[in-house]
Design a protein around this ligand. Structure first.
Ligand code: NAD
Length: 364
């Protein structure tokens, strides 16, 4: 991670961005700016070893440029792992746009972003992420064909969130099988934190199976809507970490598994959709393991959306995408076994399998 002090260090002859790039193994970082539309964005291509770098665009009101840069570097590397572990012929990339998606996003800004994507000639393929809609992808499509997640009416795969939620549900069931010897979630107490596009679809699967679901979100309106629709219980604010639960499903933003929350969380499984759930992959991955909690690696179980958009590149087939997403169940079991046998964290076990595939491709 690049720190403010790294940037301020005028004595150092090493550029902190280039140093971080080589440490994390990124191929390319593109900084984009357009005065007319106010666009400020960063596109990070981590790897193209397995194929073009595909990853969504996130629009977020970052505190500063450094926060955005660290986010895009970490997210793009996660995409490499995600594509690799899912057996897809794709590399890893991601883009971030600075600003408030509700007030600062315009069609012109999205089109200008599309022009930048076009300059990369297909090395980077974009898609939706937080703060984006299928309409935004339509705007990007006006300027480049290197975009997925366009509306179904235009021959695309539409909103990937239901498929992502299905994959998370499969990963959660596999974790239950591993922990309890049965993958039934009936009667299990599950807390879903963040009931946006993915979280709400997950709540649907869980309540249909008879799980006892508690929901948490910063939007009161959303909480009331989902609670009424699926008969879920609401918990407000960070009291979410003190709820009596069997399974914690982080589906908001990253880093919710940290020193503070781990001292409070009382659960047996963590399985959710958010990217980069472990604030520190090594430290918190180990702490989770030491507490006897089964952790389903985020980049593995939230790959459904990627699998869905990957299908779009080859002529979209919903059934095929769902069948491939279902495989997350067996891959989760495989990784949990490897983790136990080799006494390494499940995150590390998943990373090793993902990295091996990339290394083999590079060696060819
Ligand atoms: P979304 O924006 O639709 O939903 C996020 C929800 O989290 C919102 O309802 C928001 O109010 C809530 N939230 C934000 N901060 C919170 C906080 N501190 N506490 C509680 N709730 C909070 O996003 P989404 O598409 O549902 O994605 C959810 C997560 O899953 C993100 O981390 C995203 O990167 C990841 N993910 C999504 C997909 C996909 O297909 N959409 C695929 C892979 C990973």
């Amino acid at each position: 991670m690049i720190k403010v002090t790294d940037v301020q260090d005028t004595q150092s002859s090493t550029n902190p961005v280039i140093r971080e790039m080589s440490e994390m193994g990124h191929e390319q970082i593109v900084f984009c700016q357009d005065e007319e539309t106010g666009l400020k964005a960063i596109i990070a291509i981590h790897s193209t070893a397995l194929g073009p770098a595909l990853g969504g665009t996130r629009m977020w009101n970052y505190k500063n440029e450094l926060e955005a840069l660290n986010d895009v570097l970490r997210l793009s590397r996660g995409m490499t792992f995600k594509a690799s572990i899912s057996g897809l012929n794709l590399g890893g990339g991601k883009a971030v746009i600075f600003g408030d998606a509700k007030t600062q996003k315009t069609d012109a800004l999205m089109r200008r972003f599309g022009k930048f994507v076009e300059t990369l000639g297909g090395n980077y393929i974009t898609a939706e992420d937080v703060g984006m809609t299928t309409h935004d992808m339509e705007m990007v499509r006006e300027e480049t064909k290197h975009v997925t997640g366009i509306p179904e009416s235009m021959g695309g795969s539409g909103d990937p969130s239901p498929v992502t939620a299905y994959g998370v549900y499969m990963g959660m069931k596999a974790s239950a099988m591993y922990k309890w010897g049965s993958d039934s979630l009936t009667g299990k107490k599950v807390v879903v934190q963040g009931i946006g596009n993915v979280g709400m679809n997950l709540v649907k699967h869980l309540t249909e199976e008879g799980a006892i679901v508690t929901i948490n979100d910063i939007s009161q309106e959303r909480l009331e809507m989902v609670a009424a629709k699926y008969r879920a219980t609401i918990v407000v604010g960070d009291a979410v970490y003190d709820v009596d639960m069997d399974i914690y499903a982080p589906c908001a933003l990253g880093a919710s598994i940290n020193d503070d929350t781990l001292s409070r969380l009382n659960c047996e499984i963590i399985a959710g959709a958010a990217n980069n759930q472990l604030a520190d992959e090594v430290k918190h991955g180990q702490m989770v393991m030491d507490k006897g909690i089964i952790y389903a690696p985020d980049f593995l179980i939230n790959a459904g959306g990627l699998i869905n958009v990957y299908s779009e590149l080859h002529g979209y087939n919903r059934e095929g995408a769902l069948a491939k997403t279902k495989e997350i169940y067996n891959t989760t079991l495989e990784i949990l076994k490897k983790s136990e046998l080799e006494e390494i964290t499940s995150h590390e076990a998943a990373k090793q399998i993902a990295q091996n595939r990339v290394s083999k491709a590079l060696a060819k």
